[in-house]
Design a protein around this ligand. Structure first.
Ligand SMILES: [Ca+2]
Ligand SMILES: [Ca+2]
Length: 343
């Protein structure tokens, strides 16, 4: 890079001509000032870390986006130019190479724009840089313009995208001849929403036809708005000693889980709990729920029946549907002696 400092007319060329002034939300960063014609660039990577107050900065503004075009200019020296985008890593002097485009040949005294195939997703705070070889790649400002600061990487170091590199030194009063268009990228798909993304609201597509949104999957089954209707249809008299259980028959108008409990009162022998049981029931299906009679109770029942006493069991069923709504019902069952065996 240069060493000679010369005075340059201070008419300031912004790059407003790079894009027509429209209502678009695209932003131009960087600027093209009169090229420093007395010096040429030697292929060194440079990043512009600040610009003079009141001029167009070289950093990506809040919101980030995608660089979709860039522009440079040179004076009497022709050569090649490559756009670089750098991101400070937080380590002093260290930058991540975010992206690049080029190099392109640039003829003397021209200011070409490059847009074909340019697509560099960027974040707020990313900074423009370049690698220029042979051409006038920067503008020398007056020594008082110390707001312009660039940082140079060691000779021969041009960090590939995705790699980091550390600068070798600083330079003030010089502005890189580089500017870029940053388009918004609301869906964060890496395609500029204004010229590259036909589906700016869909991160899965950037070309027509945009996918048709698929309807939301069906939700859970509608919640029953009323508790189940529970019906008990147990035999009123049961020879329960033979089956060793009091059998409850239950049904409901919807799918439920039955839970049956019960007790048996033995005259002169006490009261005993029956062994609870549970079972699932399909809509309107009769389900048999055997409530086991404990062995000690069976002996008492057998004795009571032989003495001609009446033994009664009380059973209780709770039906619970998928919504957690419940119904319950009770029934009395007489426990009787088994019919006499035929000879
Ligand atoms: Ca997009
Ligand atoms: Ca998209």
């Amino acid at each position: 890079m240069r060493a000679i400092r010369v005075s340059i007319p201070l008419f300031l060329l912004t790059i407003a001509a790079l894009v027509p002034c429209t209502a678009s939300a695209a932003t131009t960063i960087g600027q093209l000032l009169p090229p420093f014609a007395a010096g040429s660039c030697a292929g060194r990577a440079v990043v512009q870390v600040s610009a003079e107050t009141g001029t167009n900065g070289y950093a990506v503004p809040a919101g980030g986006g995608v660089i979709t075009a860039w522009k440079t200019q040179t004076g009497p020296q022709a050569g090649t130019m490559k756009l670089k985008v750098f991101r400070p890593t937080g380590v002093p002097g260290e930058f991540l190479s975010v992206g690049e485009e080029g190099p392109h040949s640039v003829a003397a005294n021209t200011a070409p724009t490059f847009a074909s195939g340019v697509r560099i997703p960027v974040q707020a705070g990313d900074m423009l840089g370049l690698v220029g070889a042979g051409l006038n790649c920067e503008s020398e400002y007056m020594a008082t313009k110390t707001g312009y600061k660039s940082q140079v990487f060691p000779m021969g170091v041009d960090p590939a995208p995705g790699t980091t590199a550390t600068i070798e030194g600083n330079s003030t009063g010089f502005a890189l001849e580089i500017a870029a268009i940053v388009e918004p990228d609301a869906d964060h798909d890496g395609y500029g929403d204004e010229t590259q993304d036909a589906c700016p609201a869909d991160a899965t597509a950037h070309t027509f036809p945009c996918p048709v949104p698929t309807p939301a999957p069906p939700g859970p089954a509608p919640t029953p708005d009323s508790p189940p209707v529970l019906t008990l249809s147990s035999r009123a008299k049961q020879a329960a000693l033979k089956s060793k259980a009091v059998i409850v028959a239950a049904s409901a108008n919807e799918a439920v889980t039955f839970r049956a409990t019960g007790s048996v009162a033995v005259p002169g022998g006490g009261a005993f709990s029956l062994i609870p049981t549970s079972a699932a029931g399909a809509p309107s299906a009769k389900v048999k729920l055997p409530l086991g009679i404990p062995k000690v109770a069976r002996a008492k029942i057998r004795a009571a029946l032989r003495a001609g006493k009446k033994v009664r069991a009380n059973v209780h069923v709770v039906a619970t549907d998928s919504a957690g709504q419940t119904s319950n019902a009770g029934q009395a069952v007489m426990i009787v002696s088994p019919p006499p065996k035929r000879r």
